[in-house]
Design a protein around this ligand. Structure first.
Ligand code: MLT
Length: 329
């Protein structure tokens, strides 16, 4: 055996290890620069919260920074359009929610294809909603809230994030359930809407626990119900809508990650693995729990599951929206 000193052996070993890894890295070549998450709502809202928590951990797995860019407006369709028209190289992604299920029926004249314009990467989380008002609203429980909404009607300002937003959908379902019509005040996201609710500039909102839990705990807003079948562990004293007198009023907000159409399966699968890595992260799981939600199981953070879930949601909402005849355009 040639007389190779210890340092050389270690160098050769390191080189071999690196060479073994290199084919994988060479094949991937992705990501080779920071990745952008486009969030179709303003900073500080529930979608932004989920995005930033997820992006921080995915960046560790991808080995590149993941930058969050808020592109609000038009109920989330401006941000979705940005990604649908981006290069399919895996460096511009969309993190969006149930709006991807409702937009295809709500918007009839979009400049992008709301269904075929994207490659689903995986589901992220499903977030309950809460019916909340400004702190001094003249109602102490849901029954009283319903009475006031029926009496004051357009005199009540309901904040949401635009047609197609989850807050818009929940507000529609609430008004339909109690047979009244209030005034809607649209924002570029429920982050800025929450600021006005705390300040008393608007009266009412239906928003996700990821945006309302800490304000409810702080007493900055008043909560009346959570819109899920069972109570939420982060808000154990908050009754469900059914307990509070609105049986069957259930809506929760699923979130997913998307790449532009024609993004390669290799990149989509690499992103799905990074998403699954993030959803196993203990700090992310703990923070989601503090905000009333939880990551989806790992097998749902996959392109195949996400695609079938998304297509089923589109099929669910289309007849409901067409029957209501309320379109965004
Ligand atoms: C919505 O209302 O659909 C969004 O949650 C708004 C937001 O994330 O800001």
């Amino acid at each position: 055996m040639p007389n190779i000193d210890r340092r050389t052996i270690l160098t050769l070993a390191a080189g071999a290890a690196s060479a073994l890894a290199r084919p994988a890295l060479a094949q991937a070549g992705y990501p080779n620069r920071p990745v952008t998450f486009v969030i179709p709502f303003a900073a500080g809202g529930p979608t932004d919260t989920v995005a930033r928590l997820t992006a921080e951990v995915m960046a560790r797995d991808l080995g590149q920074p993941v930058v969050v860019e808020n592109v609000g407006g038009a109920g989330g369709t401006l941000g979705a359009q940005r990604v649908a028209q981006a290069r399919p190289d895996g460096h511009t992604l969309l993190l969006h929610h149930i709006g991807m299920g409702t937009t295809p029926a709500l918007y009839r004249r979009l400049s992008y294809d709301p269904v075929n314009g994207f490659e689903p990467i995986g589901l992220i989380t499903e977030v309950p909603m809460t019916i909340v008002t400004k702190r001094d609203f003249p109602a102490q429980n849901l029954a009283e809230l319903v009475r006031v909404l029926r009496e004051r009607k357009e005199g009540i300002n309901l904040a949401n994030a635009g047609v197609g937003a989850a807050s818009h959908l929940c507000g529609l379902l609430l008004q339909s359930a109690i047979q009244t019509q209030v005034t809607t005040v649209p924002y570029r996201g429920t982050g800025p809407a929450m600021t006005d609710l705390i300040g008393g500039a608007v009266d009412l909102m239906c928003d996700q626990t990821t945006n309302t839990t800490e304000q409810i705990r702080a007493g900055a807003i008043r909560a009346f119900a959570v819109t899920t079948r069972t109570r939420n562990a982060a808000l154990p004293d908050l009754p469900t809508a059914a307990e509070a007198g609105l049986p069957g009023f259930e809506v929760s907000v699923w979130h997913g990650l998307y790449a532009p159409r024609n993004t390669s399966a290799e990149i989509v699968n690499r992103l799905s693995r990074a998403l699954q890595f993030a959803l196993r992260d203990e700090r992310l799981v703990a923070r989601f729990a503090e905000l009333g939600t939880a990551p989806v199981p790992q097998d749902q953070a996959t392109p195949a599951f996400h695609r079938q879930y998304w297509q089923a949601d589109i099929a669910k909402w289309r007849p409901i929206i067409q029957a209501a005849g309320q379109y965004a355009d």
